[in-house]
Write a protein that binds this ligand. Structure first.
Ligand code: SF4
Length: 376
């Protein structure tokens, strides 16, 4: 049986954060939820036939804010997954949530249904920064949600924070990290803010007072230092964990493994094809196809994708794994170009291949586009 990840999108939020470009809609009423979950369950059942030869070892409920759905509906979706797919006994089953959208009772119900990992969006421990982002919760809400999840049995909790926010200083970012680390989550994601097209932040233009490049760079490197001092190992550009708690689902994306996505804006890489849905929530809920794009990547596209995604990981590229997968010698193909970056201290040779240095991570986008052009 081949391994497979399932991504299940829940596209509802209480309101829209000012920087958000994810597919999420302010929820209107509980009828919307019921209709959406019915459509989702039908979709899950329909696709299951194609997955008869797969074992699902990760399931990820993302959003949006999945915990806006009543627990009974989340349980119904998970039960549909259990009934329709072969699920590994040690599957990682993650639920994203936002502070103050689930309480102890809800977490207990979800834990008993089979969810095992909670990922909470904190973003900042400062009320003023949260308001600037358009977030509706406080740090106290986050703490309560975190403890509720712990007390309900969740031994694997992740939290997201952001840096490079309007009016944020390195000091305030590090305070956020310190306050978060004092709760001892197993996993932390630390993302730099990007101003996405079409968001209120983008429309603010120059009125959005962001930290300058030097300050943002300092936040990134100081953040890594403080997280390491608290025992969080960086394993990807933006992801840190205690030993044994890397996100298995997200590792599938970076390792170019197969996954199926369900719901609006969900993407899949399955059976040699990459395909993605549109954001048309109404069409999806009505049971119509929302397949918006589908392609069968060429061999060269797969090589480039693999190099790009694997180099996001601190483990980097393993020469032997590359050769097994593509039948090519990695060093012959990329070694000369990488050696050039090595002289600038941006990449390094590891025991089994190549990886970015911390400095290289910070400019990885620029390096990767040069590297892939160079190797053509
Ligand atoms: S909670 Fe997350 S998904 Fe929802 S609007 Fe805010 S950033 Fe977007």
């Amino acid at each position: 049986m081949k391994p497979l990840g399932l991504y299940i999108h829940i596209p509802f939020c209480r309101s829209k954060c000012l920087y958000c470009d994810f597919c999420s809609f302010p929820h209107r009423n509980s009828d919307d939820f019921v209709a959406y979950v019915d459509a989702l369950c039908r979709d899950l059942q329909t696709r299951a036939e194609e997955c008869a030869l797969y074992t699902v070892d990760t399931v990820y409920f993302g959003g949006g804010t999945p915990t806006l759905l009543p627990s009974a509906l989340l349980v119904k979706i998970l039960e549909t997954v259990f009934c329709s797919y072969h699920i590994a006994s040690d599957a990682e089953i993650t639920l994203e949530c936002n502070p103050a959208t689930a309480d102890r009772n809800a977490f207990s119900t979800l834990f008993h249904a089979g969810f095992r990992r909670i990922s909470i969006g904190l973003q900042s421990a400062h009320e003023a920064e949260l308001r600037t982002l358009g977030r509706l919760h406080s740090f106290a809400d986050f703490e309560r949600t975190f403890y509720d999840a712990r007390e309900a049995g969740f031994a694997n909790i992740s939290a997201d924070v952001m840096f490079g926010l309007p009016h944020q200083s390195t000091e305030s970012y590090l305070q956020t990290i310190e306050r978060l680390c004092s709760l001892s989550p197993e996993h932390i994601s630390a993302y730099g803010l990007t101003v996405e097209d079409g968001t209120p932040f983008e429309k603010m233009g120059d009125r959005l007072l962001l930290p300058n490049e030097e300050e943002t760079r300092k936040m990134y490197f100081e953040g890594i230092r403080v997280l390491a001092a608290h025992g969080y190992e960086q394993y990807e550009i933006s992801n840190f964990s205690r030993r044994g708690y890397r996100s298995r689902h997200n590792l599938k994306y970076w390792n170019c493994e197969e996954y199926l996505g369900f719901g609006p804006a969900a993407y899949s890489d399955f059976g040699g094809k990459r395909f993605g849905n549109s954001r048309d929530l109404k069409a999806y809920t009505d049971g119509r196809s929302i397949l918006a794009e589908s392609e069968s990547p060429s061999f060269e596209e797969r090589v480039n994708e693999y190099v790009m995604l694997r180099l996001r990981l601190t483990d980097g590229i393993d020469r032997t794994a590359f050769e097994t997968r593509f039948g090519q010698n990695f060093d012959q193909r990329f070694g000369k170009a990488l050696a050039r970056y090595q002289t600038f201290g941006l990449v390094k040779q590891t025991a089994c291949g190549w990886a970015f240095t911390p400095q290289g991570f910070y400019v990885s986008n620029a390096i990767l586009s040069e590297l892939l052009d160079f190797s053509q």
